[in-house]
Design a protein around this ligand. Structure first.
Ligand SMILES: Cc1cc2nc3c(=O)[nH]c(=O)nc-3n(C[C@H](O)[C@H](O)[C@H](O)COP(=O)(O)OP(=O)(O)OC[C@H]3O[C@@H](n4cnc5c(N)ncnc54)[C@H](O)[C@@H]3O)c2cc1C
Length: 416
């Protein structure tokens, strides 16, 4: 790793690869490139990973990757909850969406773990790689161009601006990616009919419930048992936040407790609208994931809806595929855009299939549930079928837990 040096217009450093964004895609790719001995820097604009909301689900496909990297033992020692059976209430009728215990894999469960623990764990595990540097508090603000090619980024740090020159820049800066916007990459919007209100309710130590999703006429909610609190996601129709707010906080909390009586005492933890975060949902994807010298992966290439809780895992899978395809070649120097585009060719199909399934769920189940009115809800035929036929719960579990075309770690290790 080249140390940064002072230049008349600010600091400057040169690396083989500059990754913008320290989310699941960026931290996993940084780890894999560091493991391969590639000079790599990961830029994260925040000082830490403690954002109020980040997807918290680690699926069997990601657990398998952690196993292949020899990290699983330490990882599973971190506090987490395990989920195998995805149960819900649809208009009061019990449904089962998936049963992960039917998966023929080493880790047949979803681990619920705060994402900051996952990201911190990757960061700490990567500290043993001398060629990997994670720069927190460092925000990419623009691209460096050399002719048609992207040759790195300009970034803001607490010590002032820095120019980071790189053979390859990877945009892992999420669904509001500045890098893809500056590179002029075109986004295809697919759209989502809902947004999510995200809040925590208190939980007594002995309180427990297997129910995960609840759907009532005009309302939908998911609760996650997070050990000492309930994490709640209350789904609203897109653009309805102001209307929900106008009805008042108490009206929302009354609805919540009617749907999930277990929250009756803990809901007092939600004291004001400051305790309720609006998360806007988007589904989109890039038509082209590359420019010469630049590759986009994770949400920067394809924003995922929360349906199925698969976004984190897809981001990790993108990172594994990127390292598999590019690590050995990158060690030899600059790669052509054609080389970089192999990542899109490998990953576009799983992304499209997953987004397609999310759209089908949105249009057929979520939109129906969120329609205003009190007419009783009928469980859709497909959910009735999955609930009645256990082996179908294995198929849905495969789709959610492993996804389409799961990746395995094949990138080189420099032996640290
Ligand atoms: C409401 C909602 C609920 C969801 N629930 C789940 C769930 O339960 N499970 C799941 O798997 N997925 C879930 N998702 C999707 C999931 O959050 C994303 O798919 C996943 O986080 C994508 O990972 P990423 O690394 O590509 O991007 P991100 O996680 O968005 O990470 C991007 C990182 O880049 C940093 N960054 C941004 N700009 C810059 C810059 N200019 N310079 C430096 N750093 C920058 C950000 O601070 C951030 O750390 C949910 C999404 C939504 C909207």
């Amino acid at each position: 790793m080249d140390a940064s040096e002072e230049r008349p217009h600010g600091r400057h450093m040169k690396v083989r690869c500059c990754i913008v964004g320290g989310g699941p895609a960026g931290m996993m790719l940084g780890y894999l490139f560091g493991r391969a001995g590639i000079d790599v820097v990961v830029l994260e604009k925040h000082a830490d990973f403690f954002r109020d909301f980040r997807g918290d689900t680690v699926h069997p496909s990601t657990l398998q990757v952690m196993d292949e990297l020899g990290l699983i033992e330490g990882f599973l020692k971190l506090p987490h909850q395990r989920l195998q059976k995805m149960d819900g209430l649809f208009g009061g009728a019990p449904i089962r969406l998936a049963d992960l215990s039917r998966l023929p894999v080493k880790y047949p469960f979803i681990a619920f773990m705060p994402q900051w623990d996952f990201l911190n764990f990757l960061r700490e595990s990567g500290e043993r790689f001398p060629s990997l540097k994670v720069m927190m508090n460092t925000e990419a603000t623009d691209l460096i161009r050399r002719g048609d090619a992207i040759a790195g980024v300009k970034a803001k740090t607490p010590e002032g601006m820095i120019e980071i020159e790189a053979d390859l820049t990877v945009a892992c800066d999420g669904r509001h990616s500045l890098v893809r916007e500056r590179a002029g990459l075109e986004v295809e919007e697919i759209g989502a009919p809902m947004d999510v209100l995200w809040f925590r309710a208190g939980k007594a130590p002995d309180e427990t419930e297997r129910m995960f999703a609840r759907i009532d006429p005009g309302k939908m909610m998911v609760t996650f048992d997070r050990g000492d609190y309930w994490q709640c996601a209350y789904v609203i129709a897109k653009g309805q936040y102001d209307a929900v707010k106008a009805r008042g906080l108490q009206s929302l909390l009354d609805d919540v407790v009617r749907m999930a009586p277990i929250l009756k005492s803990g809901i007092a933890d939600v004291k004001s609208w400051d305790d309720v975060k609006l998360l806007t949902v988007a589904i989109n994807r890039l038509k082209r994931w590359t420019r010469p010298g630049l590759l986009c992966i994770g949400d920067a290439a394809h924003a995922m809806s929360p349906v199925g809780g698969v976004g984190v895992n897809l981001a990790v899978q993108d990172a594994v595929a990127t390292a598999n395809i590019l690590a050995a070649r990158l060690m030899q120097g600059y790669r052509s855009e054609e080389d970089l585009d192999e990542v899109r060719k490998r990953r576009e199909f799983p992304v499209r299939m997953t987004q397609r399934m999310q759209v089908v769920m949105q249009n057929n189940i979520i939109s129906m549930a969120l329609k205003p009115g009190d007419a009783p809800l009928q469980v859709p035929a497909v959910l009735r079928l999955v609930t009645a036929v256990p082996w179908l719960q294995g198929i849905t579990a495969r789709f959610i837990g492993l996804g389409v075309r799961p990746e395995h770690v094949r990138s080189p290790s420099a032996g640290n």
